[in-house]
Design a protein around this ligand. Structure first.
Ligand code: ATP
Ligand code: MG
Length: 230
C-alpha cells in the first residue's frame, strides 16, 4: 500500500503503447513537486489522457516508471492509490441520490457540516440551497436538474471533501455562462490550493494559472514552462 504521501510525482522516461508498435507516449520525463499544478495541453491524440491513465494506474508503462514520493506505482495497490489520488472527470459523474450523497461519495464518514463547508468553499452552496429540497434534493444520473456548470461545482465539492494529495482534473469543455465560469475559476483555485494537480486544461484561465504548462505532441513533451516563459 501507499503510505501517506506528500505528492511529489515523477514520470521517469515513460514509454507506453496501447497496441504493439504504436507508442502513445515516447519517452516522457516530468518532475512535479508537491503542491504544483501542471496543465497538460496538446492536440487530440497527443497523449494527455494517456499520462493520466498511467498516473491512475489504469495501465502500467511499457518502459520507465511513474513514481509518487519516490515509490514506483507498480508496487502500490490500486485501492491505496485511490484514497490519495483523486480524479474529477470531464463528464462529471453524478449518480441517482441526494445532492448530499453525491458530495459525500468517497468520504462516507463526512458530517453534514463538513459537506456544507466543502460546498461553500467551491461556490456550490447557493445553488444547492435554491433547489427545492436543498441538500436533500434528489438528482438522477442522467437527469437535467443540474446544469453542466452546477455539476462541475458539485464534483469540486466532492473532491475538496475527499481531500486527496494529488488531484487529476479533466476540465469540461461545455460552454458555461460567464457568471458560472467565474465561480468555477474561483472554486478551482480553492480546490487546487496546497495539492499536486494535473489538469487536462481547456480554459485559458486555467492554463494561465498553472505552475507548469506541459505541451504534448505525438506522445512527446515539446515545450514546458509557465505562462510567462512560453
Ligand atoms: P484528446 O484531446 O482527444 O482527449 P489525448 O491527448 O487525450 O487526446 P490520448 O487519448 O492520450 O490523447 O491518445 C494518445 C494516442 O493513443 C492516440 O494515438 C490514441 O489514438 C491512442 N489511444 C488512446 N486510447 C487508446 C485505446 N484505449 N486503445 C488504443 N489506442 C488508444
Ligand atoms: Mg484525452
Amino acid at each position: 500500500t501507499l503510505p501517506d504521501i506528500r505528492g511529489d510525482v515523477t514520470f521517469d522516461n515513460i514509454v507506453f503503447e496501447y497496441e504493439k508498435g504504436r507508442p502513445a507516449l515516447k519517452g516522457i520525463s516530468l518532475e512535479v513537486k508537491e503542491g504544483q499544478s501542471v496543465a497538460l495541453v496538446g492536440h487530440t491524440g497527443s497523449g494527455k489522457s494517456t499520462i493520466i491513465n498511467l498516473l491512475c494506474r489504469f495501465y502500467d508503462p511499457v518502459e520507465g516508471r511513474v513514481l509518487i514520493d519516490g515509490i514506483d506505482l507498480r508496487d502500490v495497490t490500486i485501492d491505496s492509490l485511490r484514497s490519495q489520488v483523486g480524479i474529477v472527470m470531464q463528464d462529471t459523474f453524478i449518480f441517482s441520490g441526494t445532492i448530499r450523497d453525491n458530495i459525500r461519495y468517497g468520504r462516507l464518514d463526512a458530517t453534514d457540516e463538513e459537506i456544507v463547508l466543502a460546498a461553500q468553499a467551491v461556490n456550490a452552496h447557493d445553488f444547492i440551497m435554491s433547489l427545492p429540497d436543498g441538500y436533500d434534493t434528489e438528482v438522477q444520473e442522467r437527469g437535467n436538474v443540474l446544469s453542466m456548470g452546477q455539476r462541475q461545482l458539485l464534483s469540486f465539492a466532492r473532491a475538496l471533501l475527499a481531500d486527496p494529495r494529488v488531484l487529476i482534473l479533466d476540465e469540461a469543455t461545455a460552454s458555461i455562462d460567464t457568471e458560472t465560469e467565474l465561480k468555477i475559476q474561483e472554486a478551482l483555485k480553492t480546490l487546487l490550493f496546497g495539492r499536486t494537480s494535473f489538469i487536462i486544461a481547456h480554459r485559458l484561465s486555467t492554463i494561465r494559472h498553472a505552475d507548469n504548462i506541459v505541451v504534448l505532441d505525438h506522445g512527446t513533451i515539446v515545450e514546458q514552462g509557465n505562462h510567462d516563459e512560453l
